[in-house]
Design a protein around this ligand. Structure first.
Ligand SMILES: Cc1cc2nc3c(=O)[nH]c(=O)nc-3n(C[C@H](O)[C@H](O)[C@H](O)COP(=O)(O)OP(=O)(O)OC[C@H]3O[C@@H](n4cnc5c(N)ncnc54)[C@H](O)[C@@H]3O)c2cc1C
Length: 366
């Protein structure tokens, strides 16, 4: 053999073995080569990765999960660990990581003119999921959106997730871009979460966009979708919204995570309506604490949710945001206790930069 070729081959083998060893990727039994694990799949984790639906099915009590945002560009992964470290004592079953599309911005140039640039302020969803699974040995659920993605880019993103051993996704449409009046799909992208979900299901069956890929490798995603106890703001009524939600479940969604709500009655009614419409998958309540006065107007405006009068009255009487945070914490504790008592599968907390508040809540109900 050509000595240069031999040297290159040995180097390549060593690099791959080292990578696999460092990443716990494949089990090379007694130096056996090639390794026995599925070729091409770089598993970053050494714990048994579970799907959200498996966590729910195997649970003997209400589980806890958290949702985080990627940090603003420029911050490091340690900001995620600082955020999550204190919450680990509650042994969350999984951690969701949101996805944020790019925004069009106009940057002033040295000559005084403006340049149009596409900026993603919070990149890193996939990397953070991989880091969480590696660092905490906890399942991560990346959010996947239609907005800003062509179907081929979605396929590539799904392949990345699969190769990393991430078997969970929350499939969403995403909101309109900041400069759009309403949501606009990419020229070759998906219009509704349902269409994106069908692409993920296809890949689970080994069906790729490239039709010449025959017998393609199958992915193994557990798919969750969003639901809205107070209806999605674009839907003409709850009935119509539920019809589309049922279509997502019929197409393969295995569970629903809800938009935040502050009145448990709305969640209980929603679950009842879902069951009446034949939506029988687990419905995970999404929960968020109120921590400042501005949210009294911001939450209804941005998330299209109502605040109960008792809560808004109490917040209006607060002299400062510390008092608001106290009220918000107590409210969320009561909400969580009642939901847990009613037997919800998971309490899913939107931590949104407030891990201390979430810690104060979960310690009361854990
Ligand atoms: C738990 C949760 C997590 C979220 N995470 C993120 C995130 O990480 N990143 C992000 O950008 N956004 C996120 N969002 C926000 C979400 O993207 C928006 O609420 C978005 O406006 C709708 O997303 P969807 O997946 O519910 O859309 P869809 O299910 O597509 O529904 C959107 C609207 O279209 C209607 N509709 C659905 N199908 C059809 C059809 N075939 N024909 C006509 N109308 C139809 C529905 O009734 C609804 O009014 C999240 C929301 C929730 C509840």
């Amino acid at each position: 053999m050509n000595p240069r070729l031999l040297k290159n081959t040995l180097t390549a083998i060593c690099v791959v073995m080292l990578l696999n060893y460092v990443c716990g990727a494949v089990d090379v039994e007694d130096g056996q080569w090639p390794p026995t694990a599925i070729p091409g799949i770089l598993r970053i984790t050494q714990f048994p990765v579970m799907k959200v639906i498996e966590h729910i099915q195997q649970a003997k009590k209400t589980l806890v999960s958290f949702e985080i945002l990627p940090p603003l560009k420029g911050k490091t992964i340690s900001s995620i660990y600082d955020h999550l470290d204190p919450l680990m004592e509650f042994k969350p079953s999984f951690i969701n990581v949101t996805y944020h599309r790019s925004e069009t911005m106009f940057k002033k140039k040295a000559d005084g003119t403006f340049e149009k640039v596409e900026v993603r302020k919070r990149p890193g969803t996939v990397g953070i999921c991989a880091a969480i699974m590696n660092h905490y040995q906890i399942d991560a659920v990346p959010h996947l959106i239609c907005g800003g993605f062509a179907k081929r880019e979605t396929e590539d993103a799904l392949i990345d997730l699969h190769f990393l051993g991430i078997d969970n996704v929350l499939v969403l449409r995403g909101d309109a871009a900041k400069n759009e009046a309403s949501f606009e799909a990419e020229p070759d992208g998906h219009r509704y979460a349902l269409d994106l979900l069908k692409q993920v299901v296809n890949l689970n069956h080994g069906l790729y966009i490239e039709e010449d890929i025959k017998n393609g490798g199958k992915t193994n995603f557990c798919i969750g979708v969003a639901g809205y106890p107070e209806k999605h703001f674009e839907a003409p009524n709850l009935e119509t919204d539920l019809k589309f939600l049922k279509a997502k479940v019929d197409a393969g969604a295995e569970y629903i995570t809800t938009q935040m709500f502050f009145d448990n009655g709305k969640y209980f009614e929603f679950v009842k309506s879902c069951r009446k419409h034949g939506i029988n998958v687990p419905i995970i309540p999404g929960l968020k604490p109120i921590t400042n006065k501005k949210q009294l107007t911001m939450l209804p405006k941005v998330f299209h949710v109502d605040l109960p009068t008792d809560l808004s009255d109490a917040i209006m009487k607060c002299k400062n945001d510390d008092e608001v945070e106290q009220i918000g914490t107590e409210w969320l504790i009561q909400q969580s206790k009642e939901l847990k008592q009613s037997g919800v599968p998971v309490l899913h907390y939107y931590t949104l930069g407030k891990p201390k508040v979430i810690w104060n809540v979960v310690k009361e109900i854990a």
